[in-house]
Design a protein around this ligand. Structure first.
Ligand SMILES: NC(=O)c1ccc[n+]([C@@H]2O[C@H](COP(=O)([O-])OP(=O)(O)OC[C@H]3O[C@@H](n4cnc5c(N)ncnc54)[C@H](OP(=O)(O)O)[C@@H]3O)[C@@H](O)[C@H]2O)c1
Length: 254
């Protein structure tokens, strides 16, 4: 099997993808399946058409998450994790509520810790066909980590994921486990449409701030994730890759 890096791909090691049934998560699942890689999804609700085993749990509930992910680790040899599930609620500084703060940090950050902890033994133990360490964690952040008008809590939570990425990369490097981060710009998903309805001034403003003047496709984010998951990326760790149509280098702010 040849992966996106052109190198041989580890077989048998499962990748668990959170937020797997729609949008970016679903695109990652499809890319893994296309590459012949076994995958396990996580979402709150069952989806009969989902093309792989699906663990149904609300990742906003830490105890339920620990239980479900520990069970999953007993059932499948999960050595790779994509912390993709996220949540955003736009609130300007004057209107930030404690409830929204907890929800945003809960799903974007705390769930990433819970999932990583539950799967860590399997991630550390993962080996490729030649017996080399092959564990991977990929965190899905956002271009918003650079700043988001009226979205400071989401921006801060996504920036925290970069801190997790860099620190976990240091902690796990000696065991051969890589930890990297993908920071997408605006991507055409249900979450994006919900927060930026078609025709809304906010959506037009965001598109105007993307140098490529279009939304990204979920598959374009999945391609970056597939690189970090690949065996060929075994010497790449602690990195954040912006996949954002140039928005992270533009002087016009989203
Ligand atoms: N779309 C963008 O423009 C964009 C840009 C930058 C970064 N991102 C980030 O990319 C990631 C994916 O975003 P997306 O736009 O693809 O999202 P999405 O289209 O809204 O997909 C959400 C997925 O997450 C699951 N999910 C939601 N809440 C959950 C919970 N509490 N527990 C378990 N599963 C849950 C959903 O299934 P259920 O509803 O069944 O639970 C679904 O599978 C997020 O971290 C987001 O912050 C997105």
């Amino acid at each position: 099997m040849t992966g996106p890096s052109g190198g041989a791909q580890t077989q048998g090691v499962h990748t668990l993808v959170t937020g797997a049934t729609r949008g970016i998560g679903r695109a990652i699942v499809e890319a893994l399946i296309q590459a012949g890689q076994p995958v396990v999804g996580v979402a709150r609700r069952p989806q009969p058409s989902f093309p792989a085993p699906l663990v149904c749990v609300d990742l906003a509930d830490p105890a339920a998450t620990r239980e479900a992910l520990t069970e999953a680790a007993e059932r499948w040899p999960i050595g790779r994790l994509v912390n993709n599930a996220g949540y955003n609620q736009m609130q300007p500084l004057g209107g930030i509520s404690g409830e929204a703060f907890d929800q945003i940090f809960g799903l974007n950050c705390r769930a990433a810790i819970e999932c990583s902890q539950a799967l860590l033994p399997g991630i550390r133990a993962a080996r490729d066909a030649r017996g080399r360490a092959a564990g991977r964690i990929v965190n899905i952040s956002s271009r918003s980590l650079l700043g988001r008008l009226d979205g400071s809590v989401y921006s801060a939570a996504k920036a925290a994921l970069v801190g997790f990425t860099r620190s976990w990369a240091l902690e796990l490097a000696s065991q051969g486990v890589t930890v990297n981060c993908v920071a997408p710009g605006p991507v055409a998903t249900e979450m994006f449409d919900h927060n930026n309805p078609p025709g809304s001034p906010r959506r037009q403003q965001m598109l105007g701030a993307v140098p490529m003047q279009r939304l990204g496709a979920p598959a374009e984010i999945a391609a970056a994730v597939m690189y970090f998951l690949s065996d060929g990326a075994g010497f790449t760790t602690g990195q954040t890759l912006f996949v954002c149509g140039g928005a992270s280098v533009s002087q016009i702010h989203l």
